[in-house]
Design a protein around this ligand. Structure first.
Ligand SMILES: NC(=O)c1ccc[n+]([C@@H]2O[C@H](COP(=O)([O-])OP(=O)(O)OC[C@H]3O[C@@H](n4cnc5c(N)ncnc54)[C@H](OP(=O)(O)O)[C@@H]3O)[C@@H](O)[C@H]2O)c1
Length: 372
């Protein structure tokens, strides 16, 4: 019997501990992946540092982690798209409600993944490249294409080749933003985005036509000027504090739908311990205040803002469109790239904590990856 190990989060605020985990069995529509590369996300860091403030439903000990790439070593009875030995990447949804929490977590050697949230890796693609994609591309697709979000037309369905409508992606150099740019371009939209100056060329390489510095006091005016009266089909706000300027662009351009990926206030300053603290109270007050002000502003303008949740596509038509329909062909053809670039922090599950600590220190257009 093959043995498994996981980087366990044993209790709120604890460091990850590597020790044995059950070897998982796939359900009918699931596969087991021998992970070769996993990536860390802000939500893993936030879960570890805020205890049960987020994902309060997750039992301990917990296996976090959303991004996995590796080889298929087991297939459920109803699986049709994969065989043992296939190189795949997948969105591990163990943290979500209703999941088999430990078996479906990413921070372990063997993960159970849903067939519907996995895709084959093209020949020549490295595991560490594929591991940057799952949560970020799923969140971007949920935001852009779900009917309750921006409801944009899907890639490959553009009626004309002329991209006359604009999508604004605030925070293009984030993992979510880098995927949103590419997906919106693939769906036939002109993309205007923001990023730090050192990443402007990267944004253009992904297909954005205009890039502005999100820290510039003229960023909102610059975007409105670049839009130049064209129809803005939707806006996606990624990055702490991105909601307010993105809504300002919507107000100025007459756009009616804004999708929000990030809270208005950062969780970074919270102490990594339980119980009330001055920082927690301050954060709560600022969060509620910012949200009320934003919603009031949108209400009077008829602008609909919605927070996106990256896993919602697993229950609607966007999941199959992305994971079975779009990604395999677009990656194989080189029309879609794994972005941002991976930065391998270490090898082995012991490096998961290092990667999370490094993420807390900040990244720029890169995804922190651990190889296994
Ligand atoms: N709702 C969901 O389901 C969901 C899912 C995934 C992520 N998220 C959220 O989305 C956000 C991004 O996550 P990620 O993993 O994609 O990010 P990430 O790759 O870790 O983000 C790093 C990037 O953020 C950019 N950045 C920093 N401050 C910014 C600002 N004020 N506005 C715009 N960009 C800024 C930096 O740009 P430069 O280096 O160019 O300066 C850097 O490249 C986080 O808030 C995360 O919690 C939400």
């Amino acid at each position: 019997m093959t043995s498994n190990s996981a980087a366990w989060l044993d209790s709120p605020f604890a460091d990850f501990t590597v020790r044995p985990a059950p070897y998982p069995t796939p359900g009918a529509d699931e596969i087991v992946i021998r992970n070769r590369a996993i990536a860390v996300n802000p939500l893993d860091a936030v879960k570890q540092s805020t205890g049960n403030l987020m994902y309060g439903w997750l039992p301990y000990p917990a296996v976090l982690g959303e991004d996995v790439a590796g080889e298929v070593v087991g297939v459920g009875s109803g699986v049709t798209r994969f065989r043992e030995g296939d190189r795949v990447f997948a969105y591990a949804v163990g943290m979500e409600k209703g999941a088999d929490h430990a078996a479906e977590g990413g921070f372990q050697n063997f993960t159970v993944a849903k067939e519907s949230l996995a895709a084959p890796m093209p020949a020549g693609m490295a595991f560490e490249d594929a591991a940057v994609l799952p949560l970020a591309v799923s969140t971007a697709a949920s935001a852009l294409f779900q009917r309750d979000q921006l409801a944009l037309r899907h890639p490959g369905t553009a009626a004309t080749t002329a991209a006359t409508e604009v999508v604004v992606v605030w925070g293009g150099s984030t993992s979510v933003g880098s995927n949103a740019i590419q997906l919106a371009v693939a769906a036939g939209y002109t993309v205007v985005t923001t990023a730090g100056p050192r990443n402007h060329d990267r944004m253009r390489a992904l297909g954005a036509t205009h890039v502005f510095d999100y820290a510039s006091p003229t960023a909102v005016a610059d975007i409105v000027s670049a839009v130049g009266g064209a129809r803005v089909a939707g806006l996606l706000a990624v990055g702490t504090g991105s909601a307010e300027p993105t809504v300002a662009v919507a107000v100025a351009t007459g756009a009616k739908r804004v999708s929000l990926a990030s809270p208005s206030v950062s969780f970074d300053g919270l102490p990594r311990r339980g119980g009330p603290s001055a920082a927690l109270v301050r954060l709560g007050v600022r969060l509620v205040g910012a949200n009320v002000a934003l919603q009031a502003r949108c209400l009077v303008r008829g602008i609909r803002t919605r927070f996106v949740w990256g896993s919602t596509l697993k229950d609607n038509e966007v999941g199959p469109m992305l994971w079975s329909g779009f990604l395999p062909g677009a990656l194989a053809a080189g029309d879609y790239v794994a972005s941002p670039a991976p930065r391998v922090v270490g090898h082995g599950l012991e490096s998961v904590q290092l990667a999370i600590d490094a993420l807390r220190g900040g990244v720029s257009a890169s995804k922190l990856v651990v190889t296994l």
